[in-house]
Design a protein around this ligand. Structure first.
Ligand SMILES: Nc1ncnc2c1ncn2[C@@H]1O[C@H](COP(=O)(O)OP(=O)(O)O)[C@@H](O)[C@H]1O
Ligand SMILES: [Mg+2]
Length: 248
């Protein structure tokens, strides 16, 4: 049974036989997911749905939630691994230590660990050059090396420009969501989905494209039916202790 049902296949919605698209690849190994699209296109809503499904269906997952804007994830306030606003850099550093401990075989990889960042571009661009480079290098190492360590990286950002990624790390995203009117910005499409630039059309809020190794699909994100329950399951994962200790 497919479990991690994230969004609907838009073609099936059009013929009134809506079908879910599942991302069960998360169950067997870490994934790299990016949500792109202009402000208001539905990135945060869809990413929150994904985090909810992962919280519910993976085996006791651990989520680090890095939220420089500090608005959409306030429901995680008081959770151990919630890093809003001024704590955002600290959150990426803490997750990086967990990754290094796994890489060096100092802690087990049994627990699925997820780093979610929502709109870290302005954070990166606001840091002094040296600190920005350090942060980008850490993200690049995570994106390049953590897949086999049961670590997933989930990123939501409006424009995934090359200057935000070190060492071509952007190419590691194997699951790409392009939401809303992104097609109006050819440059943005070329950054993340150049091979499909002739197919992608502007979409309304909540509609977009999903690109995986299996190709491209038009998708529809669905507003959560039970926001309280969604927030509860995410809070549990964001409040979980890392197994085997991350902060050596
Ligand atoms: N699937 C959807 N269906 C209907 N409305 C949506 C959907 N996704 C988002 N929205 C609306 O659009 C607003 C902006 O969504 P959000 O996810 O915050 O966008 P972004 O993170 O891209 O700026 C939400 O507050 C919600 O009202
Ligand atoms: Mg958002």
């Amino acid at each position: 049974m497919r479990k991690i049902k994230v969004c609907l296949d838009e073609v099936t919605c059009q013929i009134k036989l809506p079908r879910w698209i599942a991302l069960d690849s998360f169950i067997s190994e870490g994934q790299r997911v990016i949500f792109c699209g202009p402000s208001g296109s539905g990135k945060t809503v869809l990413a929150t749905t994904l985090l909810g499904k992962l919280s519910l269906h993976l085996e006791k997952p651990l989520i680090y939630l890095v939220d420089p804007k500090g608005i959409d994830f306030r429901f995680c306030e008081s959770c151990k691994n919630y890093y809003p606003v001024d704590n955002a850099v600290q959150g990426i550093e803490a997750f990086f230590r967990l990754f290094e401990a796994r890489l060096r075989n100092q802690s087990p990889c049994t627990q699925p660990a997820i780093l979610f960042t929502d709109e870290i571009s302005s954070l990166i661009l606001s840091l002094p050059k040296k600190e920005a480079e350090e942060l980008k290098n850490k993200m690049a190492r995570l994106l390049n090396l953590s897949r086999a360590l049961n670590i997933s990286i989930i990123t939501a950002m409006q424009r995934p420009s090359a200057e935000l990624f070190a060492n071509g790390a952007r190419d590691n995203y194997n699951i790409r969501f392009l939401m809303g009117n992104m097609a109006n910005n050819k440059e943005s499409v070329a950054m993340i989905a150049n091979e499909y630039k002739d197919i992608i059309e502007p979409c309304p809020t909540g509609i977009g494209y999903l690109i995986t190794d299996n190709g491209i699909k038009k998708i529809r994100s669905v507003m959560p039916r039970d926001t309280e329950k969604l927030h509860d399951v995410i809070r549990e994962a964001v409040n979980r202790e890392p197994q085997g200790g991350a902060e050596q």
